[in-house]
Design a protein around this ligand. Structure first.
Ligand code: AMP
Ligand code: MG
Length: 352
């Protein structure tokens, strides 16, 4: 898919993704293009000087994240990955050190279903590109098995900080290649919210292509977040006036196609090395963007058979899954939080 079409598609999902009441005055908002996604930030009740300086700082913050965390464009992360592959020690910024520490906790909590150390596998399947659908051929079973057997894990990485708080990284496993595609948006949204809070902005929402992080209210009203339906349209609306994130992962957004036209997902099961099947999407509510982002990815890997293990490990109550036929399954907690669209109420199956 070309970048222009991608932008259009994202814009369409954004307008569906960020619903606001029409009566109150429009909040200040700005758009940024980062991580291949249009990110819309809307802030409430801030004076125009605060809004202006916030948006300027967000712009440079997003730019450096894009540069430093990119999985395949040469930058800080690709240098780190090269050092890991060569068995060398390398220094890193605080933001990458935090991303790795968070990754280690989230990988463990998800039972290894979220694993940001499988960059080599993601690359092997051809997903280190901005052009969809993927043109690269399906890799050989031998090449996939070789990378799975090497068992790359973020827990293989040792982090040490020197007196100047400069971090040193070393991987005990040369097969580790970091790919933050599963959490970068979530962590970026958390950092954006942190920045706005530090400027005493009373409420804000960050919408990264339908993945949303919010806090506070808009003129006393809750933020309204649309949950994407992988088959088109939306499943329903979640209202929040708290510090929350609603993230969706799915096969439907980015995929490859084999020679028979069979679509395969950009989310891989780290235990098999193959793209996940069974579920089309997973959506989840969590207290932070980074947890919601990792959890949505892990839930797609877990599917209908293993979602409970991820829910328990990652402390998730409100989640939903959509299977290949479009059937929507959700927990009771999600059912109480979501205002379903017409027709959807009768069609959902409760997960117990
Ligand atoms: P998301 O859209 O948040 O689910 O992230 C998907 C992206 O995360 C993919 O494009 C890969 O870069 C990466 N990824 C794929 N499979 C996994 C996995 N099992 N764990 C962590 N990251 C993954
Ligand atoms: Mg994710």
């Amino acid at each position: 898919m070309t970048r222009a079409r991608n932008l259009l598609r994202i814009w369409a999902s954004l307008t569906a993704g960020l619903l606001m009441s029409c009566s109150a005055p429009a909040p200040d908002n700005a758009e940024f293009f980062v991580f291949g996604t249009l990110v819309e930030v809307a802030i409430a009740n801030a004076d125009s000087a605060t809004a202006q300086s916030s948006f300027q700082e967000l712009q440079s913050m997003f730019q450096s994240m894009h540069r430093d965390w990119h999985a395949w464009e040469p930058g800080q992360l690709t240098a780190i990955n090269e050092a890991f592959a060569a068995g060398q020690t390398i220094s890193a910024d605080q933001s990458i050190a935090i991303l790795i520490q968070q990754s280690q906790a989230l990988e463990s909590a998800s039972g290894g279903r979220f694993n940001p150390a499988i960059g080599q596998l993601v690359g092997l399947w051809g997903f280190h590109t901005s052009d969809y659908p993927i043109q690269a051929p399906v890799p050989s079973a031998t090449a996939i098995a070789r990378l799975v057997t090497a068992q790359p894990s973020s827990l293989d990485i040792r982090l040490t900080a020197d007196a100047a708080q400069q971090w040193q990284l070393h991987s005990a496993n040369v097969a580790v290649q970091l790919d933050f595609g599963g959490i970068a948006k979530g962590y970026a949204a958390d950092l954006a919210i942190e920045l706005l809070r530090s400027k005493a902005v009373p409420g804000a929402i960050v919408n990264a292509g339908g993945d949303v992080r919010a806090y506070g209210t808009r003129e006393g009203q809750p933020w309204r977040i649309a949950v994407q339906n992988p088959l088109g349209g939306i499943i329903g609306i979640i209202e929040t006036a708290a510090d929350e994130a609603v993230f969706t992962s799915g096969n439907y957004q980015r995929f490859g196609e084999d020679e028979n036209g069979f679509r395969y997902a950009h989310i891989l099961d780290p235990r098999t090395g193959w793209p996940v099947k069974q579920v089309l999407s997973a959506s989840v509510i969590a207290g932070s963007g980074i947890v919601a982002d990792a959890a949505a990815t892990a839930l797609v890997v877990a599917g209908l058979d293993e979602w409970r293990e991820v829910a328990v490990g990652m402390n998730l109550d409100a989640l939903l899954l959509t299977d290949e036929s479009g059937q929507v399954y959700m927990t009771r907690e999600m059912r109480t939080r979501i205002e379903l669209t017409e027709g959807m109420a009768k069609a959902v199956v409760l997960l117990d």
